[in-house]
Design a protein around this ligand. Sequence first.
Ligand code: 5GP
Length: 103
Amino acid sequence: MSIFSKIAAGEIPSEKVYSDEKVYAFKDINPQAPTHILVIPKAHIPSVDGITAENSAVVAHIFEVIPTIAAAENLTNGYRVVSNCGQDAGQTVHHLHFHILGG
Ligand code: 5GP
């Protein structure tokens, strides 16, 4: 089980900002911006490279909830959405996640 699967399951504590049946969002432990949130699918996908026709619905759902999360965090002036994929991008946790960076 990936560290982020354990976070989504509540086995590792995190600062939750959003949760539903498919998606979990929480504050990054080492923020790179005043607001730094990670959004993950509860089901394990290793990275952007692991997105397929079979599992991409959750990715669409993630992008549906990102504006809700951004609004709840008062990111009214805008924000970045980033996903690092693979070694050259510096991906350190091999469970698909989207960084929301703002403030
Ligand atoms: P990556 O470099 O893979 O794109 O991003 C992984 C992110 O996960 C990093 O920004 C790192 O700070 C964050 N992170 C790693 N472990 C934990 C953890 O246990 N809890 C939380 N909240 N964030 C984590």
